[in-house]
Write a protein of this length. Structure first.
Length: 336
């Protein structure tokens, strides 16, 4: 959450335990990887990047002066758990090949022609890397989203960059790829939803049934890349601010129209949506049909692709009810 990281041990068990694992800084992003389940990274807006190597029991800063204080996105390579990418404000992408100890900037990002138009509306004098999505099929291919202005790519490990293409969204907040779907990627953006089937060369925008077009988080089923979950709102004010929030959850199956999930919807009960609920951060689970969603109202899980949700029974700090979630990652139990 914005004010700290909560570690939930055994969320699928009868008595899951939650631990406040990291706090005191302005949290921006979170990432981990199945290949090193005890290790996770937390980026902050005011204190750089932090790492845990013991499942969240302890954290320490990594990167030092090699990284800016504002780390706005972090991702672990799906090909090598020791390779980590960090996106920052001002916009830059850094790579570590030793699990975060040393870093190298992947130069040339802001030399792209579109960079002159990049700007983050609340702070228009600057912009940042909101998301880094490694391609599970190509270790040298990265999708990088600049908030706001572009989705750009490198196909040679950062040696060169390709600028945005006309059909891509310009305000992408999160992306997803899938190990069983080469060339495909999914994007949740402030200017709508988008997906590609050709590795980002072109993007389509299936919006039928999607009544809220300010999209925040997207997740794809672990066993079925045709099933997509998406969180969305009417605009940024009601997406991110708890005291006037109104956000929703959607599902798309194949080429069917989007279907709204959650309380009061035609399908999908058990997860609050609408008034008072900030936009969810989503993550796919480890089995088909399993997804997690976190909002200011708590952590929720579905095992039937969104037909129903159950709240994970952990204590939820009162402070979290007034915050917006910043990241969510699902890893194997570090004690198994």
């Amino acid at each position: 959450m914005r004010g700290g990281v909560l570690v939930v041990d055994d969320p699928n068990g009868e008595s899951p335990a939650a631990r406040r694992a990291f706090g005191g800084h302005d949290v921006e992003c979170l990432a981990a990887d199945d290949a090193a389940p005890a290790r996770a990274f937390c980026g902050t807006f005011d204190a750089g990047l932090h790492r845990t190597d013991d499942g969240g029991e302890t954290w320490h800063r990594v990167g030092g002066d090699a990284l800016p204080e504002s780390v706005t996105s972090v991702a672990v390579s799906l090909h090598d758990a020791a390779t980590v990418y960090a996106g920052t404000e001002p916009s830059a992408v850094f790579r570590s090949r030793d699990a975060g100890e040393t870093w190298t900037e992947l130069d040339g990002l802001t030399d792209l022609p579109s960079a002159s138009g990049w700007a983050f509306p609340p702070r228009p004098h600057t912009h940042h890397v909101r998301w880094v999505e490694p391609d599970p099929h190509d270790p040298d291919h990265l999708y990088v989203s600049i908030e706001a202005g572009a989705v750009v790519q490198t196909r040679d490990g950062g040696e060169t960059w390709s600028d945005r293409v006309p059909s891509a969204r310009r305000d992408t907040h999160s992306m997803a790829t899938h190990p069983d779907a080469p060339g495909r990627a999914w994007a949740a953006a402030g200017d709508g939803y988008a997906e590609t089937r050709d590795g980002g060369e072109t993007w389509t925008h299936p919006q039928s049934g999607l009544d809220h077009r300010y999209c925040w988080s997207v997740a794809v089923d672990a066993a079925d890349p045709a099933r997509v979950l998406l969180s969305a709102a009417r605009g940024p004010g009601v997406a991110h601010t708890a005291d006037r929030a109104e956000s929703y959850l959607y599902r798309r199956e194949g080429d069917a129209p989007w279907e709204r999930l959650g309380d009061g919807a035609s399908a999908g009960g058990g997860i609050p949506t609408g008034d008072g609920v900030v936009r969810a951060v989503l993550a796919r689970g480890r089995a088909g049909g399993e997804f997690y969603a976190v909002t200011n109202r708590g952590l929720y899980r579905t095992v039937d692709g969104g037909d129903s949700f159950a709240r994970v029974a952990v204590d939820w700090p009162e402070a979290f009810e007034r915050q917006t979630p910043r990241g969510l990652t699902v890893v194997p139990s570090v004690t198994a």
